[in-house]
Write a protein that binds this ligand. Sequence first.
Ligand SMILES: [Zn+2]
Length: 407
Amino acid sequence: MPEPSTPVFYQASALFDAQSPAMQPHAGVLVVDGTVRAVGTAGRVCPAEAQVVDLRPGVIVPGFVDAHTHITIRPGEGDQHGQLAQPPPWQTVRGVANLRAMLTSGVTTARIMTEEHDIDLYYRAAVRSGEVAGPALRVAGRGFSPPGKHGGAVNGVQGVDDLRAAVAQHAAQAVDHIKIFTTGGVSSTNTSLEESNYSAEEIAAIVTAAAEHGLTVSAHAHGGAGVDLAVAHGIHSIEHGALLTAESIEAIVAADVWIVLTSSILFHPTGIEQGDAQDPRILAKVQQARASMEQAIQTIRAQGARIALGTDSMHGLFGYEMQWLTEHGYSADEALTAATRGGADLMGKPDIGRLRPGSQADFVHLGGNPFDDIRAVYDVRAVYRHGQQVVTPEGDVRPVDTPAQEE
Ligand SMILES: [Zn+2]
């Protein structure tokens, strides 16, 4: 390992910085102390004293930002709420392999959208301190849902006073954002995808209380009143959005709300289809959501909605999120931008999700060029966080070894 102050230039055959839409041929990234110092060709940005690591014929892209996932769930095993309600030691142990799968697929930051038992808070600390290998985690703690509704695996919460108290309690635990469930979900049988779990007053109270603590609120919401009320009352992002209409997408764009697409859990055969679609009621929801999403994505792109991508616990399948977008009208650069800068901007983290001077040196070494064939995003040869190789070419994972840098 070089001394911390030795500049290292990673030479690629091409580099995508998520700042401009084009691949930069023959470019590389100059890293000093875990931070990007410069991006460009060696002749232009590589000083004589730098150590040169030649990744050619590989390509460099920014580390992927999974904008919606969970640490302990595996959708293909079915009954996601039942999984969340398992005893904490069991759920915690399962997180190790899930985080490893995220990291080896190139995910360097993951936004966690509900866990029970504070598992996400402890994992955030464990990754930061180098105790366990994984992406940097941005966590929500337990998401808010009324008792018995989708997402409320253990305890629900409702009513303006109780919701305000719950926000304060989450803020005291230093969560990074608040997650609420305003509609039912595809993988539950007793919920509707278009109801609203919360009243306008309740949603407004959550958003206001969160803002007092400097936090944004994101809503699991598929369609109908659950989307409309959330968008009208200050929600930061709509998560999933499988039943969005042209009118609701228009309202989302007008309110500058993000949409976080979660395609793999819905469309991939190892997602809800494998886990829960033996139940005809869930199969019907899957089919309805797929048919709707095939249409909605055209409007989402045409309207220029701000999007980020999430695997929703399909650990290791982040590449599918990008592939699905390119199969639905998006260009490779748009898909890669959503997968990197999109997630970072959604989280208010301009220091990640792109490669420019001052960025965290989080990047992925791909074996091929995703602009030539998007499936190159699956061909992860190595992953770097803070300039440290956290996934080796052999596929081994390593925790970060400079915890102080971890934010
Ligand atoms: Zn989720």
